[in-house]
Every structure is written in structure tokens, then in C-alpha cells.
Write a protein that binds this ligand. Structure first.
Ligand SMILES: [Mn+2]
Length: 427
């Protein structure tokens, strides 16, 4: 375990003077714009992003897999890595489990470890897109939408098992993504598959404990390439609406066709009260699962702008939505990747929080597109990283997470403990 010995104090002390100069300069220029920096720091404290258990190791494609070395070999080591990230970044104190990749077989011991690591459990994710060893019936032709009631029943049971694991660990969200669909025209009765899915969701919902919520995630294609049963936000919304009050839509940034206006989707679903949660990643082509903010940072800012204004309108806190990273790729150090993603997400939030909303409203009602653009650019083009550094400093994290991770040789430490060939379970 690296954690008990890990301290950021000496590192921060060495970089403190430079940080203070930058923070003072930024604070003064923001104050001139009537931005309350202390309020921004409070907002950051109320914004936590969950880390999925499958993002802690390198992912593979069908062409190969190149482990980073020192990857977590079991759930306990995954929890340790999330706690390590949170110790550095102070914004990710929860882990989201994927069942059956990470079954908490001894939930008491896992709860106790979480307590020691100051970690919480976020949404639990079911998996009916793969067959597991020993599974009676196959999901080859679907799960909750399958034409055979016995397969649907097995998939419903699996989801309820996931809910039970989650309840044992103190979470109250079931996150559900279905790969169900068809590869060829005529293979499925399209409306029949949707109706069967609706019935299966209702069966799960009926059996969930009263406080449990259900997030329904959509995705346009892959692994099915003709018709996915839940391809878009409209279908997810329809299913959530028909399933019940505690069912809502989950937006995964990579689950859209190229150039889809995601901020418009977010604004629309949020206004209906049916936006449940978020999966952060970035993409150039499709579901690329690249580091959040690495391809389209302006889009990420615009999405946060809609989120912040939509939540403000409803007087809801940021914590009323579920925030999670959902990424996995081949070549970056997975922990460095997550640190980069967290920084990009927090930066987009900060940029959205400094938008001059009164001026923007005025530009909108006077039909002034250039003026409105200036207001957004002014927020987006400002380097707000010193505020993030200040937040981490006050919370005992590292002024610069990646630099700290590297200077302390944390990957090498993990390799020493777990071996060069350690392979994360899951993807
Ligand atoms: Mn996702």
C-alpha cells in the first residue's frame, strides 16, 4: 500500500511561491469581473466525480493489449488506486463497480476497506453484453429485449443481483447500458424489442429497494451495427418516463454520432427533470473513450454551461446528478489519464461557473450573437488552473497532480508491488 506514506506537503512547499503568484494574479483579475473566487472553491468542493473500476487498467481492443505494469489485480487494489487518485486530486472519492468484473464477495471486508480508504461507492453497473463462464443462457441475441422470456428473466435477475451488491455497499443507483439490438435488417422486430425492453426494465424497477434509482444509458451503434434498442436520448427518455420517477437518462459523451449537439440534448433532458447522470470521455469518431477534454474542450465547456444554467434554474446542487468518468484506452498510464480527465472536467465546470449570466441573458434578449459569443469566449479562454491548484492545496492534494505522480515515481512503486505483468480484471 502506497497510501499511508504518501504526503503532498513537501512537494507543495517546493512549488508554493510560484502557485501563489499565479493564484493572486488570477484572483485579482476575476474580482475585477465580479467573480467570487471563494464561491468557486466551494463549488469545487461539492463536485465529486466517480472513477469506474474498469478505467484503472489499460483497455484492450480486438487487436491487442499493452498493460501499463502495476495494474490493480483485484477489487481491493482498484479501490486503493482510486483512493490514491483522490489523495492527489481531492475530487474523486468514489468508485463505480461493474458486476461481474468486480464482485464484492465479502461485502463487510470491502466496506471496511472503503472506510479505511475514505472511499464511497457510486453507481453499480450491470453487464448483459457478455456471457459469463457458467451462465445458463446466452446473450448473443440480446438480454432484456431477447425474444425468449427465459433469457430476459436471467438478465432481469442479474440486474437485481447487481442492485443487491450495490445496496450492500451503500449505493443507491443502478446504471444500465444495453448492447441489445440487431446487426441486420429484418433480424429483429424493432418495436417488439423496445416493448420487451420496457417490460424488463419495469420488472427490475418493481423489485429495486425504494430508494434505488435507475440510470438508462443510450448508444447509437456498436456492438450492433444496424439497430440498437436504446440508440438515443429520446428512446432512453421514453423508457425512463414509462418506467417511473426514479428512472432517468444517462448521457455518455462518446455515445453520439459525430457532430451531435450534446449540449442541446443536455439542456433538453435536464429541463424535463429526467437527467440522471453523466459518463465523461472524449471522442473523435465514435465511442473512442479518449481522455475527457483531449479532443473537444470547447464542447465540454458548452455542456457544462448548459448543466450549470439548467441546475441553477431548478435550484439544484451539482451533486443532484451522477458524475462519472467512463473511459479506457490502450497506451496511456491509466492513472495519469484519469488525473488529466479530472482536471479537464473541473476546468470546464469552472469556466461555466464564471460565465457572466446576466450579460449573456441581456445579449440573448437583444438578439446579439456576437456579444453572446464574446461572453462565452471570455469564460472559456481564461486559464483557471490556478484555482484548481488552490483547491487541491487547501484540501491536502497536490498542486499539480501529474507532476506529483511522476516526481514520486508512483507507477514504478505500483509495478514493484504488483509486477510488470499485472493485468486489471475487466475490459
Ligand atoms: Mn458509458
Amino acid at each position: 500500500m502506497l497510501l499511508p506514506y504518501l504526503t503532498t506537503q513537501a512537494y507543495n512547499d517546493a512549488h508554493l511561491a510560484a502557485h501563489q503568484r499565479e493564484f493572486r494574479f488570477l484572483s485579482e483579475s476575476l474580482q475585477e469581473k465580479q467573480v467570487d473566487v471563494e464561491r468557486l472553491l466551494e463549488k469545487l468542493a461539492g463536485f465529486q466525480v466517480a472513477i469506474p473500476s474498469w478505467a484503472l487498467g489499460t483497455g484492450g481492443t480486438r487487436f491487442g493489449r499493452f498493460p501499463a505494469g502495476g495494474e490493480p489485480r483485484n477489487l481491493e487494489e482498484k479501490m486503493h488506486d482510486v483512493a490514491l487518485l483522490d489523495r492527489i486530486a481531492r475530487c474523486c472519492g468514489s468508485i463505480s463497480l461493474h458486476i461481474p468484473w468486480d464482485i464484492p464477495s465479502d461485502s463487510k471486508a470491502i466496506r471496511s476497506l472503503a472506510n479505511d480508504l475514505e472511499l464511497r461507492f457510486d453507481a453499480v453497473n450491470s453487464n448483459t453484453f457478455q456471457d459469463q463462464p457458467g451462465q445458463a443462457l446466452s446473450y448473443r441475441y440480446g438480454s432484456l429485449s431477447h425474444v425468449d422470456g427465459a433469457v430476459r428473466k436471467q438478465a432481469i435477475e442479474h440486474n437485481l443481483e447487481v442492485v443487491r451488491y450495490g445496496a450492500d455497499l451503500g449505493t443507491d443507483v443502478l446504471s444500465l447500458w444495453l448492447s441489445d439490438g440487431s446487426n441486420f435488417p429484418g433480424q429483429n422486430n424493432i418495436s417488439g424489442a423496445l416493448e420487451r425492453t420496457q417490460d424488463s426494465l419495469a420488472a427490475i424497477y418493481k423489485e429495486m429497494p425504494g430508494e434505488f434509482r435507475m440510470f438508462i444509458e443510450y448508444k447509437p451503434f456498436e456492438p450492433n451495427f444496424y439497430a440498437t434498442v436504446i440508440p438515443d436520448w429520446g428512446t432512453a427518455y421514453l423508457l425512463a418516463e414509462r418506467t417511473g420517477d426514479r428512472a432517468s437518462v444517462l448521457v455518455d459523451l462518446g455515445h453520439h454520432l459525430p457532430n451531435t449537439n450534446i449540449e442541446q440534448i443536455v439542456a433538453t433532458v435536464l429541463s424535463t427533470g429526467k437527467l440522471g447522470g453523466f459518463h465523461f470521455n472524449d471522442s473523435k469518431y465514435a465511442d473512442d473513450d479518449l481522455t475527457t477534454g483531449s479532443i473537444r474542450p470547447y464542447q465540454l465547456f458548452l455542456i457544462f454551461h448548459e448543466l450549470v444554467s439548467g441546475l441553477n434554474k431548478k435550484k439544484l446542487p451539482l451533486s443532484s446528478l451522477g458524475w462519472m468518468i467512463d473511459a479506457s484506452h490502450n497506451i496511456k498510464d491509466p492513472l495519469e489519464d484519469l488525473l488529466q480527465a479530472l482536471e479537464a472536467i473541473q476546468l470546464a465546470l469552472l469556466q461555466a461557473l464564471i460565465v457572466d449570466t446576466d450579460a449573456l441573458n441581456a445579449a440573448q434578449v437583444s438578439n446579439d450573437p456576437a456579444g453572446a459569443g464574446e461572453i462565452l469566449y471570455d469564460a472559456f479562454r481564461r486559464d483557471l488552473r490556478p484555482i484548481l491548484a488552490e483547491y487541491r492545496l487547501r484540501k491536502g492534494g497536490a498542486l499539480s497532480p501529474i507532476q506529483f505522480f511522476r516526481e514520486h515515481g508512483l507507477r514504478n512503486e505500483l509495478i514493484k508491488q504488483r509486477g510488470k505483468k499485472a493485468l486489471a480484471t475487466g475490459l
